[in-house]
Design a protein around this ligand. Structure first.
Ligand code: GUN
Length: 283
């Protein structure tokens, strides 16, 4: 079997065309969707992600602001900025790029964001709403994964879904969404015994553990849908996912590539959340 490649760039383009139209409709009513991105420190990957987020806003006709701080900035300065953005009518979404430097209490920073502007969906109030099945904002990466499945006509209902990774950003919200879509969900992590036992049962396998080419063909059930959330840099500078793409694509029925899979969809769903926040305000 050779897997269908789930093209994140193509799907992102399709969705973003719709967002642009909706943003224009809002602009005609005097509101331009606005996103503020806060970056603390000099992490190279975070700088690239933030730049991509800001550029995506510009292309979709959104207003955006990037606020950068040196790594040694005091937490209070960032908290005051968040309070200012919470009250700023030009801003509908606020995102603090993670990870923050070690001297920050990340939970306290995320809780300082007004829940109605928390476009990452990381605030405890929004996590609670998601768990209760009434999400205000769906975290961008798992939201993007669900869009892939919907676009490819893959209904999780009754399927075995196995997630590798239990992070707040991907693994946990991914599990909630797949469970709410009526899949039977297993979350695996670094302490899981006999990982291949679990992965080989998966009809839908989501890899979000951050280890290059960790998922091999032997770990995948023939015909499975494989979603690769990993972005790892190889010693030669090339990017690769958590899945050994070539051999796994001979076994799976559908697979996302890296780059060009989940990555563009994560940013797209950030635009979706920002737009939804602006639309809610105008409604
Ligand atoms: N760092 C890695 N992924 C994310 C994300 O989705 N949002 C934020 N804010 N930081 C991240």
């Amino acid at each position: 079997m050779t897997a269908k490649i789930l093209d994140g760039n193509a799907l992102a383009q399709k969705l973003r065309a719709d967002f642009k139209t909706r943003a224009e409709a809002l602009a005609a009513r005097g509101t331009r969707p606005g996103l503020a991105v806060i970056l603390v420190g000099e992490d190279a990957a975070s700088q690239v992600y933030v730049r991509n987020k800001v550029n995506a806003c510009a292309q979709a006709g959104f207003h955006s602001e990037k606020i950068s701080y040196p790594p040694e900035v005091e937490a209070q300065v960032v908290l005051e900025k968040i309070a200012e953005l919470n009250a700023d009518p030009k801003i509908h979404g606020i995102l603090v790029q993670l990870p923050l430097p070690k001297h920050f209490d990340s939970d306290a920073v995320l809780k300082a964001i007004a829940p109605a502007k928390d476009v990452d969906g990381f605030h405890a109030e929004n996590v609670g709403a998601l768990v209760q099945g009434q999400p205000r904002f769906i975290p961008c990466t798992p939201y993007g994964v669900m869009q892939f499945l919907a676009d490819a006509g893959i209904d999780p209902k009754g399927k075995e879904a196995v997630i590798l990774g239990r992070s707040n950003i991907v693994g946990k919200p991914m599990a909630m969404l797949l469970m709410q879509a009526s899949a039977t969900v297993t979350i695996c992590h670094s302490q899981t015994r006999d990982l291949p036992f679990h992965t080989r049962r998966a009809d839908i396998l989501v890899a979000a553990l951050g280890r290059a080419r960790f998922v091999t063909a032997e770990m995948v059930k023939p015909g499975a849908v494989v979603i690769d959330v990993g972005i790892n840099r190889l010693p030669d500078g090339k990017l690769c996912g958590d899945v050994d793409f070539g051999p796994v694509s001979e076994v799976a029925s559908a697979i996302t590539p890296v780059p060009g899979g989940v990555g563009p969809m994560t940013i797209t769903m950030l635009l979706a959340n920002t737009l939804e926040a602006a639309e809610r305000e105008v409604a």
